[in-house]
Design a protein around this ligand. Structure first.
Ligand code: CA
Length: 226
């Protein structure tokens, strides 16, 4: 999974960016000042940096210069700023920025520009083979699930339910149908096996920090993603 470093001092914007990136299948790290960014960069380079210009202490321009001087020109850096004059943009591109996003931004634009910059840098030959929905990522190849970047410990049936729902977030599955598909046959009968598994799954998602409702009970029918 590609690591993206967000350098942004406003917590709300930083959180929004982290959400956009994790839904797009990236792993986001957050630095809230230029100094913190340098510290994190010292621990290992990400695949791309989203860099705000107006930062307390070490500002974005200085940081951009510093990174290009000491860490070379390979690392894609996208500038985020409310400054939007052509002169500003040209100056930043001349100083080694790869792209420029003007605040306020649309989530789709951020995701698209990040993907494009990674592609240009040769770091993104193919999109990650993952299903993504509201901060949760599923890797069908390895049957792994990541919630906000942390791996969830799921039983095979819990994983199966999640996989099915995430493939078609709008679709409502009846308990019987879920049972057939996830347990691969067998008689559903009167038992509440599916309910128990969905309930355990909800607990695990909540424990992993997914606070919003994730799996919706559709009364009298079954389940779908919220
Ligand atoms: Ca700022």
């Amino acid at each position: 999974m590609h690591q993206i470093l967000i350098v942004e001092d406003e917590p709300d914007i930083s959180t929004l960016l982290a959400k956009i990136l994790s839904s797009a299948g990236y792993h986001a790290k957050q630095a809230f000042s230029g100094t913190e960014a340098l510290l994190l960069l010292g621990q290992g380079l990400p695949d791309l940096i989203l860099l705000d210009l107006m930062l307390p202490g070490l500002n974005g321009e200085t940081l951009l210069h510093e990174i290009r001087e000491t860490m070379g020109s390979d690392l894609p850096i996208i500038i985020l700023s409310a400054k939007s004059s052509l002169k500003d943009k040209v100056a930043l591109l001349q100083h080694g920025a790869d792209d420029y996003i003007t605040k306020p931004f649309e989530p789709e634009e951020v995701a698209a520009r990040v993907a494009a910059a990674l592609r240009r840098s040769g770091k993104n030959p193919a999109a990650p083979a993952a299903l993504s929905y509201k901060g949760l990522l599923l890797y069908p190849d390895s049957r792994k699930a990541l919630a906000n970047g942390r791996e969830l410990s799921l039983t095979a049936h819990e994983y199966g339910i999640l996989h099915l729902l995430m493939q078609a977030p709008e679709k409502v599955y009846s308990r019987e149908r879920l049972y057939e598909l996830v347990w691969e046959g067998g008689y559903y009968g009167e038992n509440n096996t599916v309910n128990v598994h969905v309930s355990n799954l909800r607990k695990k998602l909540k424990a992993a920090g997914i606070t919003e409702e994730y799996i919706q009970t559709v009364y009298g029918i079954g389940f779908k993603l919220c």
